[in-house]
Design a protein around this ligand. Structure first.
Ligand code: PEP
Length: 259
């Protein structure tokens, strides 16, 4: 296993929070401290309308940007949607298949697959989210649900261009009830094995697979200390300056890659 060659990655999902001015202030406040932390890749994913302003503030910074969603068509009569072409050049990453999109906006596995293909076509790196509901977890169906989501997401895909996976048990998102490091490590090990069979071993060994769900500066160590876990997708705590900096700092101390 080549764990030590995978650059740890912490991404903040701001969800539907921050006005344009608040987003600019948040990233301006984060930048000085985050730029000093080495050995970890960091990204923030603000709302679409703030991407441009945030990108300007991050000129010359080590902090990268990501979008929270996209539509899979390039352009046309899709009122209200944002295309991959509009995002290319504006950000490096795009979150795809977040459970909130699957749940509230009825995104199916087929839509997730189309979105991944659309992102890859323009050179955007998807952050693909997978994870089980509480009742699925309690029924012992976590492995089945996650493998099924991966089968759907990777259908027809053999080149992944830096795609990252975030394992986010739905019952842990925004609830303050994080999974344990051990449980998450097991599921993420299974995800890596599944990517080996769906794509190939080398891709799976190099792919960053994150944990997401109520991550804080206080509990990040539990996840980062696990061999299969390469970082975190952080929701609520990514809006709090001290918390997000603390999460990146702990990750650097525990698993940062020294160059
Ligand atoms: C998320 O939105 O991806 C997430 C993990 O949220 P939170 O950290 O708030 O649980």
């Amino acid at each position: 296993m080549q764990t030590n060659t995978r650059m740890p990655f912490i991404a903040g999902n701001w969800k539907m929070n921050t006005t344009i001015n608040e987003a600019k202030k948040l990233v301006a406040d984060l930048r000085p401290a985050l730029d000093k932390i080495a050995g970890v890749e960091k990204a923030v994913c603000p709302p679409f309308i703030s991407l441009s302003g945030v990108k300007e503030i991050l000129e010359g910074s080590t902090i990268k940007t990501g979008a929270q969603n996209l539509y899979f068509e390039e352009k046309g009569a899709y009122t209200g949607e944002i295309s991959p072409l509009m995002l290319s050049g504006l950000c490096e990453y795009v979150i795809i298949g977040h459970s909130e999109r699957r749940q509230y906006f009825k995104e199916t596995g087929d839509i997730v697959n189309k979105k991944i293909k659309a992102a890859l076509r323009v050179g955007l790196k998807p952050i693909l989210c997978v994870g089980e509901k509480l009742e699925e977890n309690e029924a012992g169906k976590t492995a089945q649900v996650v493998v099924n989501q991966l089968n759907e997401a990777f259908a027809g895909i053999k080149e992944v261009n830096g795609l990252v996976i975030a394992y986010e048990p739905i019952w842990a998102i925004g609830t303050g009830r994080a999974a344990t490091g051990k449980q998450s490590n097991e599921t993420i090990g299974l995800i890596r094995k599944t990517v080996t069979s769906l794509v190939d071993k080398d891709t799976a060994n190099h792919m960053r697979i994150l944990y997401g769900g109520s991550v804080t500066a206080e509990n990040i160590a539990e996840f980062i200390n696990q061999p299969e876990i390469d970082g975190g997708l952080v929701g609520g705590a990514s809006l709090k300056i001290d918390q997000f900096i603390g999460i990146v700092q702990r990750t650097s101390e525990i698993k940062g890659i020294r160059q």
